[in-house]
Design a protein around this ligand. Structure first.
Ligand SMILES: [Zn+2]
Length: 46
């Protein structure tokens, strides 16, 4: 999972499956949700 910041918006990219999501607030929350739902992982990314 990687987070790219550009101005006030952030772009989340999952290295594992190619999932991409833009998030203005709480990007890690969305990242965690994706990891939990798509990969069954509870751990924080990175
Ligand atoms: Zn993924």
């Amino acid at each position: 999972m990687r987070v790219t910041s550009r101005g006030s918006s952030r772009r989340l990219e999952c290295d594992t499956c190619g999932w991409v999501q833009s998030a203005q607030f709480l990007p890690w929350l969305k990242a965690r949700d994706h990891l939990a739902e798509a990969h069954g992982a509870e751990a924080a990314p990175e």
